[in-house]
Write a protein that binds this ligand. Sequence first.
Ligand SMILES: [Ca+2]
Ligand SMILES: [Ca+2]
Ligand SMILES: [Ca+2]
Length: 191
Amino acid sequence: MKKVGLLLLLVVLVLITPAMALTSSGSYVHPYPTDVRVGDIVIGHGVKTDWLIPGYWTHTGMIAYYDYSVGDWMVVESNPDPGVALATLSDFLSRYDDVALLRVTTTDSIRSAAVNFALSHLGDSYDYEWWDKEVYDTAYYCSELVWAAYIAVGGPDVDANPGWDWTYLNGVAPQEVYDDSDTYVIYRDTV
Ligand SMILES: [Ca+2]
Ligand SMILES: [Ca+2]
Ligand SMILES: [Ca+2]
């Protein structure tokens, strides 16, 4: 009986630990970033997908434009469902316990061109081939889209390990975008 009680306590602890950082609506609360620019890269750490994605960071997207009717920045991102699509920055931030905003060391015109490339792929499907990356494709995983958008328009290579790597193979993981010397952190919030 004592063992069952201990086990129960453990289960409860495991259940409440991530839940403590959640609001009643089941999402994380972060202060809204004040310094946001078109082409910035937003990155998140998802508790649920942590085991699956190599590196600490699990998802990334790109700041596309400010939507005055919504009153929020829009992020272009690729997720398994529905593929390449738009989300509000508020929604993006609410999904992750740890979030960061990265700025790419380049010009504003390259940043806008990168966004236009990503937007031209809206509706493309998700790519599960994480071990590889292509600039011109009809399927992208999250960090592949961000990386391809900058490469396609003559911007910097935001993959910290452009070639073969034992952890990331030939792909580009959110962690590699975070680690790359062509990006720097302008915002970070951990719940
Ligand atoms: Ca691809
Ligand atoms: Ca680089
Ligand atoms: Ca890489």
